[in-house]
Write a protein that binds this ligand. Sequence first.
Ligand SMILES: *Cc1c(COP(=O)(O)O)cnc(C)c1O
Length: 388
Amino acid sequence: METRKVYLDNSATTAVAEEVLNAMLPYFRESIGNPNSLHVWGRDARRAVDEARASVASLVGALPGEIIFTGGGSVSDNLAIKGAVWRAGEAKKHIITSAVEHHAVMDTFKWLAKKGCDVTFLPVDEYGLVSPESLASAIRSDTLLASVMYANNEVGTINPISQLGEICRERGVLFHTDAVQAVGHIPIDVSKIPVDMLTMSSHKMYGPKGVGALYIRKGIKLTPLVHGGGQEFGLYSGTENVPGIVGMGAGARITLKLLEDGEAGRVSSLRDLLLDGITSRIPDSFVTGHRTERLPYHASVCVRHIEGEGMLLRMDFAGIGVSSGSACTSGSLEPSHVLLAMGLDHATAHGSVRMTLGIDTTRDDIDYVLEKFPPIVETLRKMSPYKG
Ligand SMILES: *Cc1c(COP(=O)(O)O)cnc(C)c1O
């Protein structure tokens, strides 16, 4: 019998959609120009970059001039945070973030702390939510910036971004959000929410890897990380990754269309089927993250007395691709900092599994996972060292 292949790791990366690939292809061999060149090849490439910028801008309700393309979500996070801190110089040295950020934000804050910034890490509740009250009480007169993720990559929890941004706006603090997991999957409109900077990544929304964007509200000034030819409004020098940028633009148009067509509703009912199926079939398992303030495609659970890595490997053998936390930390023996911040103990946190659905996920895929997952857990529990 042929093994079925079920990819449920769309939070780690998504496949490039066929329309995206088709949009990109001409920019490798035909429209080969450097957007900074004045001839027709250059003008064609410039037009393609401008069009992609407009597509990304309209996905999040921004003006095209407020979008800069970068080398990915990690680059955008670094540029937003370091760029704001370096621009402010010595005047304001207190910065705030949460305890559950992606490493691209978390490790940037830790590095800035070593370089002399005063950093506050906000706690989260059992669902992974950052409370507006804790942000409000952390703000001081020398606070420059707060960065709180829109939605968490490990547990799918969506933060009250509007309220958090409102508090920052009232107190004159810059507000950045890493929205990599949210953009293209839930409606976002920066013209209606008080966000100053917002990070996006192409490969989490059916575009290619190695390209991202940063929304920077008009009027906000940053110091660039990369100096050179002054591309991207002087904030990210280097010849533009034209095929990648074109791909990100196509990804933005596709996800906007999916949002309008109700894809979130389709995928969230499959997600609920998966979560309910797992927790009812596997004893001592529970959903991690918020049940309703949650990304539509995101399912994460903890299975007690089990090692997530072991589950991952056996699921892989059954043709199912899942993650045991964040892709960046899997392979290490440290349990997820997100689950620990949510109050789980080490042993329980080790039993976490994340399953993230995408446009290709079907009802049959979910049924297949619900057939394979419980017996895998049963087998592992029989040999588990955690069991008394
Ligand atoms: C994937 C991810 C990133 C990093 O984006 P890259 O484009 O891979 O650098 C940052 N933040 C979150 C929340 C992510 O999920």
